[in-house]
Design a protein around this ligand. Sequence first.
Ligand SMILES: NC(=O)c1ccc[n+]([C@@H]2O[C@H](COP(=O)([O-])OP(=O)(O)OC[C@H]3O[C@@H](n4cnc5c(N)ncnc54)[C@H](O)[C@@H]3O)[C@@H](O)[C@H]2O)c1
Length: 340
Amino acid sequence: MERGQILFLNEQEIQSLITKEQALDLVEEGFRAFARGNVVNPVKLHLPIYPDCDGYLNSMPSYNRETKATGVKLVTVYHDNPKEHGLLATLGTIVLHDWQTGMPYAILGGTHITNLRTGAAAGLKAKYLAREDATVLAVIGAGAQGFSAMEMVMTAMGPERIQELRVSDLVPQRREQFIQKAKELYPHLRYISCAENQEAMAGAHIALFCASAPVPILENCQVEAGSTVICVNELVTPQAVAKFDKFYTDFTECVLERFNAMGREGARKTGIPYEELTANQVTAQFGDVVLGNVVGRRNESERILTLDVGMSLEDVALAEFVYRKAAEQGVGKVLDFQNL
Ligand SMILES: NC(=O)c1ccc[n+]([C@@H]2O[C@H](COP(=O)([O-])OP(=O)(O)OC[C@H]3O[C@@H](n4cnc5c(N)ncnc54)[C@H](O)[C@@H]3O)[C@@H](O)[C@H]2O)c1
């Protein structure tokens, strides 16, 4: 590529350039770099489009001093997209910049990368925090993030470890589609479609909370001893945290800012009061568990909760990897861009 050109990569091209295993490794290394204090990853900037639409646009920049990966992800989440427009709820775009000059050199679809890295972050929670004999996995919210998180838990733990998959969603069709698609990948599992979230939770060793509910779900569920509850999206309240022995976040400052704002918005919509989370309820950031600074699980009966807000450093790490693969293989379109 010449100076001022960019590589343009679409979603289908991206899917062929990165595996689940590679995404898990990149996100794991990202957590380590973050815990070592080597990533500049500001709290994401949130642009609400509601009440005009049930959607928002987040701007998420980061710079990793270890790898030099520099970029920004823009991501929209429009909850009515699947139902009203036949589109995915979560859509992303990633721009990579040269760390020394600021020159942009790649524009990539960020939708597959968002699903992969969000799932990978959940898969790593299962790998580091689930009890040794975990065999029953529950997914609450059978959407795009739920599917990716399920696949990544299977990949991170080894597909033979999980024996039963419970799937819960308010929309029966989404549960059935999820199970159909999962059966193609994991025919050995026993599948249970659950109309109630508690039905999926009862006896589950690992639960993935990936629903787009505007109100807290977890605080009304019973949590069994030894379980690991991994929240990709959940309005975790102090009452929910109180059910657990440990509570890990990916990035506490951003978790508090984002989820408390979502809780306030949910309360405005539903009239149901939301009690805010505070930093002193958090045990540690997950990167410190990955780095070995904190012992994640001490015994088989601890109840462990995690909540991820999602970090730009994960998106940018995957995008930079995909860019290098594409450049090696001649995939994508090279366009003149900064050609003044
Ligand atoms: N933590 C992160 O890094 C991260 C990344 C991307 C998206 N998200 C969040 O994840 C959420 C899900 O995103 P998605 O792309 O999978 O959306 P999606 O619309 O594909 O899936 C959400 C599913 O949750 C179901 N649901 C809603 N309320 C429920 C309830 N009370 N009980 C059970 N199921 C319920 C919906 O019917 C839907 O099937 C979004 O709200 C988004 O903000 C988080």
